[in-house]
Design a binder for this molecule. Structure first.
Ligand SMILES: *[C@@H]1O[C@H](CO)[C@@H](O)[C@H](O)[C@H]1NC(C)=O
Ligand SMILES: *[C@@H]1O[C@H](CO)[C@@H](O)[C@H](O)[C@H]1NC(C)=O
Ligand SMILES: *[C@@H]1O[C@H](CO)[C@@H](O)[C@H](O)[C@H]1NC(C)=O
Ligand SMILES: *[C@@H]1O[C@H](CO)[C@@H](O)[C@H](O)[C@H]1NC(C)=O
Length: 389
């Protein structure tokens, strides 16, 4: 570390200690988020021509808001009827709204995931739209079935698991695309196409901000969040995977997109939340449950920190939510030249456990809403005219 860096780190410590932080003060973080949201935005084609929700069974008046299921036909390797659960706050007005995409865990439903979190209420308070895509379960009849889930681009890769125990029979969409293997566990629909189709569909109906699209998710949904920011580089302003780690070989993207597309990946900030005692997707990575092989969390973050040109090691960082009954503590890679942060927080608990008192929802929103894509950046400019019916 150079002398300049030492001074810089010292200064940061002094500043951190000198800042009065009130633990669990939701007003404080919400005030910060509101200030950030006053900044510039990049309006979708739905701005000025928002047609309301009548096509989705809701009101014609866009200011009445909307909550419910939306169906979307997606031209995957074949035409497939997909769905998402949508929460649009009331009185959104004409200001382009940020979009939070929340991805449920394996075996779950989008509406119960939505109802298990506070994103909808905070969306009403802060003026953002929440989208909860639904994963599919197309297990073959009579076969062993792991429920709804997400294709995170690893189907057919035999190096992501060990042992020969039957984990699940190959799902129909994998059979039909020749992607069965020893490590079967999900369907093989293209989730990138699905998510892009959702964003296009809501961009036309609602006034949304293309520079503020965020993604979070739990477990398999966290794995999908990783896959999306890797394989749709530059689309998301920030990502927050919760206890979801990429499988072996996918930490930097299936095609090493973090290296190939590092300029685009620098648009995306990252926060990861993970229980210290998670033995399904362990923080340390490696073989879990005698089956799957995961990347270590710190290696994933080091990859992102390299892309963002941050310090090479993570150091403790203060948040509004530190300590508490879950012993919540965070670390980040400081001094990123991208102006963004790569951060992780650990707390007491296992897989699918959350820190107490709604901390996960709050810190996730506080983190995500700080970021927007650079001014000159609009990956949607060319695709926005596409109509997905
Ligand atoms: C898609 O599925 C939903 C729920 O089953 C159904 O209501 C809808 O009509 C389907 N859409 C199409 C175009 O088949
Ligand atoms: C993967 O699916 C195929 C086809 O259903 C099945 O024969 C095979 O046993 C499955 N493998 C595992 C490890 O579950
Ligand atoms: C993975 O293993 C299956 C047998 O379980 C085999 O049919 C398939 O070709 C293998 N895939 C690759 C990419 O090697
Ligand atoms: C919005 O996107 C356009 C490209 O479509 C870009 O030229 C413009 O700079 C962006 N504006 C902001 C404020 O991000």
């Amino acid at each position: 570390m150079s002398a300049w860096q030492s001074v810089h780190v010292l200064l940061q410590c002094v500043l951190a200690v000198g800042t009065p932080h009130v633990a669990q003060d939701s007003q404080h973080w919400m005030r910060e988020a509101r200030e950030k949201l006053q900044g510039p935005h990049n309006a979708s084609i739905g701005c000025g021509s928002a047609t309301g929700f009548s096509a989705w069974g809701g009101s014609q008046d866009p200011n009445e808001g909307f909550e419910g299921w939306v169906y979307l036909m997606v031209m995957d390797y074949k035409l497939v009827n997909r769905s998402f659960y949508l929460q649009v706050p009331q009185d959104l007005g004409q200001r382009a709204a940020p979009v939070l995409i929340g991805l449920h865990a394996q075996g779950f439903q989008a509406d119960s995931y939505a109802n298990g979190h506070d994103f909808g209420n905070f969306g009403q308070a802060l003026g953002f739209v929440s989208v909860f895509p639904q994963g599919l379960d197309d297990a073959v009849p009579g076969g062993s079935d792991l429920g709804t889930g997400w294709n995170v681009g690893t189907a057919g890769d035999n190096q992501t698991c060990i042992g020969d125990e039957v984990m699940a029979d190959c799902y129909a969409s994998c059979w039909e695309q020749n992607q069965c293997g020893r490590c079967n566990w999900s369907g093989c629909y293209d989730e990138r196409l699905f998510i892009v189709s959702i964003i296009e569909a809501i961009s036309a109906v609602l006034c949304i901000d293309h520079s503020r699209i965020y993604v979070t998710g739990e477990s398999n949904g966290g794995m999908l969040a990783h896959y999306l920011v890797q394989s749709l580089p530059g689309v998301f302003a920030a990502v927050a995977p919760w206890f979801g780690s990429p499988l072996l070989g996918y930490g930097l993207g299936a095609q090493f997109e973090l290296v190939r597309d590092s300029k685009d990946c620098r648009q995306t900030a990252m926060l990861q939340l993970h229980g210290r005692d998670d033995d399904v997707m362990p923080i340390a990575g490696g073989v879990a449950g005698n089956k799957w092989i995961y990347e270590p969390l710190n290696k994933i973050q080091q990859g992102w920190a390299a892309v963002h040109d941050c310090d090479t090691t993570a150091s403790p960082t203060k948040t509004y939510w530190d300590g508490g009954t879950s012993n919540f503590h965070c670390f980040d890679y400081k001094s990123c030249s991208s102006g963004r942060r790569i951060m992780r927080c650990y707390y007491d608990g296992g897989h699918m456990d959350l820190p107490d008192n709604g901390v996960a929802d709050q810190i996730t929103l506080w983190f995500l809403l700080q970021y927007r894509l650079d001014d000159s950046w609009n990956p949607w400019a060319e695709t926005e005219t596409l109509q997905v019916v």
